[in-house]
Ligand binder design. Structure first.
Ligand code: TGC
Ligand code: FAD
Length: 387
């Protein structure tokens, strides 16, 4: 029996029926609704916001949160498969879903009051309220402990001043999960877009994640009621706890990008006739294709085991760092090499590898750069903090 080039080790046989059904539903959405338009969206620098209601209807937003808040109550492996299938379409769509689910709905769920959960989560699951996550600041995203944005108490309210940089969804968001330094340490606030003194400015001229909105956020004396402070966490572990959730999903996403590139280069190299034979008949092309399949297979097994550990409540941040580092590196290398195998045709958005390669420049940078994750693993092994 021929093996599936997208899944040489039949990892799919390790999935439950529900996990397969989730994967199939999102795969269908990507094939039918994303792939036909995404090259143009990337060209035009446009996030396809018209797809948000369909994404929400698939149960993607806040997928792992409980049904009592309007969410799908899926397990972490299903959430990973969602990320993989969305990113097979484009990293921008997976980014949208990661930010909404892991960086905005998760902190409201994990650190918010019951009232905050009931107020925001059902509307966020339905895509009626969009969130963004403001942690990174212009002077250095890798070191969020050096946070300048601050909030001070003023009567029953808080007053926020500062700015955030490189914020996904910034200009389309109804709420910001904004992290600010306070006298009691870093705290999270839900800033609503029409609060006086808040503004967002879209970042233009991006060569990466062009089908995604990225913004700078400004807080100029923004008055935030106490009811919008996330009460159950203080300190850097608040935002870092959200990053662990999002980074977990990002270990799966680039597998989708890499599969898209393998698929496309495989098809192209079988058709492209050079020196009287298909490019796929050359040893150098086959070695490349085989090497990509090897790296994709390893990444699939890594993320699946990570997901099983997460569902068993045993996942550690260092394990997430290793998988985020490995899988982003795997995917960006494959996307670049697939672009090469397509020759000149590989430089336009008619084919996906260059789009994926450019997107992955962001994916390997955000949610902790490759260096940050290497140093997290190094710290775990040696017990020495080299940051
Ligand atoms: P450190 O001393 O290690 O830790 C401070 C406190 O946090 C706890 N902690 C974590 N908790 C949960 N998950 C993690 N991954 C955690 N890592 C640390 C830790 O236990 C401690 O708690 P406590 O109770 O003892 O206070 O902090 P550090 O300053 O040494 O951290 C170093 C470092 C470099 C690892 C950290 O600063 C870091 O991860 N930097 C990278 C920042 C980053 O990834 N930013 C991402 C911004 S969001 C984004 O990019 C969204 S893109 C989304 C999209 O579009 O898809
Ligand atoms: P810097 O931290 O300035 O890093 C510069 C270089 O220094 C990197 O190569 C880094 O690896 C290296 N470096 C850092 N520390 C060390 C060290 N100790 N030793 C050696 N080298 C080191 N942030 C949010 O808060 N919310 C979002 O929604 C969001 N979305 C994003 C979307 C996009 C498209 C992009 C590009 C970024 C987004 N980010 C977001 C920001 C992202 O998390 C940061 O870009 C990332 O954390 C790196 O921070 P920086 O860009 O300031 O780089």
């Amino acid at each position: 029996m021929a093996l599936d080039p997208r899944d040489l080790y039949d990892v799919r046989s390790l999935l439950s029926e529900e996990e397969r059904a989730v994967q199939d539903a999102v795969a269908r959405f990507t094939d039918e609704r994303v792939l036909p338009i995404i090259g143009d969206c990337f060209d035009q620098g446009r996030f396809p916001a018209e797809l948000i209601p369909e994404i929400a209807a698939l149960g993607v937003l806040g997928a792992t949160l409980p049904e009592e808040y309007g969410c799908a109550g899926l397990n972490s492996v299903s959430y990973g498969l969602i990320c993989q299938e969305l990113e097979r379409g484009d990293s921008g769509l997976r980014s949208f879903a990661s930010v909404q689910s892991s960086l905005c709905m998760y902190p409201i769920y994990a650190y918010g009051s019951e009232e905050q959960k009931r107020r925001w989560l059902p509307d966020m699951a339905a895509g009626r309220v969009i969130g963004c996550f403001g942690l990174t600041e212009p002077h250095g995203g890798s070191d969020p402990a050096n946070m300048k944005t601050h909030a001070r108490r003023d009567g029953g309210d808080w007053v926020l001043n500062g700015s955030k940089m490189w914020i996904t969804n910034g200009n389309i968001a109804d709420i910001v999960i904004a992290w600010a330094q306070t006298e009691e340490g870093i705290q999270g606030f839900v800033v609503e877009k029409d609060f006086a003194g808040f503004s967002a400015q879209e970042i233009k001229h991006k060569m990466s994640l062009r089908a995604s909105v990225t913004s700078a956020l400004y807080f100029d004396g923004v008055r935030v009621p106490e009811a919008n402070r996330l009460p159950s966490v203080k300190g850097l572990k608040g935002p870092l706890g959200c990053l662990t959730q999002a980074r977990y999903g990002i270990t799966w996403g680039p597998i989708g990008s890499a599969i898209a590139c393998l698929d496309e280069a495989l098809g192209y190299s079988k058709e492209r006739m050079l020196f009287g034979r298909p490019v796929a008949a050359t040893q150098s092309a086959q070695i490349k294709l085989a090497d990509w399949a090897r790296r994709i297979t390893a990444a699939q097994l890594l993320s699946l085991q990570l997901g099983r550990l997460k569902d068993a409540g045993r996942m550690q941040p260092t394990q997430v760092s290793l998988a985020k580092w490995n899988n982003c590196r795997m995917a960006i290398d494959i996307a670049r090499e697939a672009r090469d195998l397509l020759g000149g045709a590989g430089i336009t958005t008619e084919h996906s590898p260059i789009r994926h390669a450019l997107n992955l420049e962001s994916v390997i940078t955000y949610e902790g750069t490759e260096t940050v994750h290497q140093l997290v693993v190094g710290r775990e092994l040696t017990g020495i903090n080299a940051f």
